[in-house]
Design a protein around this ligand. Structure first.
Ligand code: PXP
Length: 241
């Protein structure tokens, strides 16, 4: 199972002082050396962490896969088409949120998302939609020609009891199976850390994980290289693919 490392929070730290350090590009390159199979960044409308310069340098410098998380707004779509990441992951975006809250409702504005898929495909960019583990939404993603779905693991990560966690895990497992059988690639992410990732990594229908906050948090103490390596090892120990 692949691990794509989200480096937004390195940029968040840089923006705290509005200066030039820490450099998110350095973080991305070290993450790649440590075994990340891709780098994820979210270019938000308000540019609160990753900015246009970061995205352009990442595209030039990383050697694995660049996954641009983005809202389906005309400005960011235009930037994606110009930058040509390997993959765009479409997320809902609210200005007031601290991080992405919940999956995208593909049943609203479906035509807009279908058009987005067409535009990205014409430019050689794959499309993933960040959705709740819900078969109806996954079917819509398939119907509008998505390449991948990323299943939101936030409810699993935030579950308070073991029983609630198991219920959320089963939802993710069965949604991943449904998506995989439709021929979609399957990713999962949000709120995954060194304690709750193993059961998700054991789901055989999931191809890749997108993890940011926990890895960057651990890297404050042990460095990015070790933080990424530890997550890669943990995933490899748990994963059957
Ligand atoms: N996947 C998506 C679609 C996200 O929006 C985020 C948060 O930026 C992540 C994965 C990573 O979540 P976390 O930072 O909690 O690991």
């Amino acid at each position: 199972m692949n691990l794509n490392v989200n480096i937004d929070h390195v940029a968040t730290l840089r923006q705290a002082r509005g200066g030039i350090e820490p450099e998110p590009i350095t973080a991305a390159l070290i993450a790649e050396l440590a075994g990340a199979t891709g780098i994820v960044c979210h270019l938000r409308e308000d540019r609160r962490h990753i900015n246009d310069r970061d995205l352009s340098l990442l595209k030039k410098l990383i050697q694995t896969k660049l996954d641009l998380e983005m809202a389906a707004t005309p400005e960011i779509i235009q930037i994606a088409v110009k930058t040509k990441p390997d993959l765009v992951t479409i997320v809902p975006e609210k200005r007031e949120e601290l991080t992405t809250e919940g999956g995208l409702d593909l049943s609203v504005d479906t035509e807009k998302f279908e058009l987005l898929c067409q535009t990205m495909h014409e430019n050689g960019i794959e499309v993933s939609f960040f959705v709740e583990p819900n078969n109806r939404l996954i079917q819509i993603a398939k119907d509008i020609s998505a390449d991948m779905v990323e299943l939101h693991t936030g409810n699993y990560a935030n579950a308070k009891s073991e029983q609630a966690k198991l219920i959320e895990l089963e939802k993710i497992n069965s949604a991943a199976e449904f998506a995989s059988k439709l021929g979609l690639k399957v990713a999962a992410g949000h709120g995954l850390n060194y304690l709750n990732t193993p059961p998700i990594a054991a789901i055989k229908y999931i191809n890749e994980l997108s993890i940011g906050h926990s890895i960057i948090s651990r890297s404050v103490f042990v460095g990015i290289e070790r933080a990424v390596k530890e997550m890669v090892e943990l995933i490899n120990r748990s994963s059957s693919i």
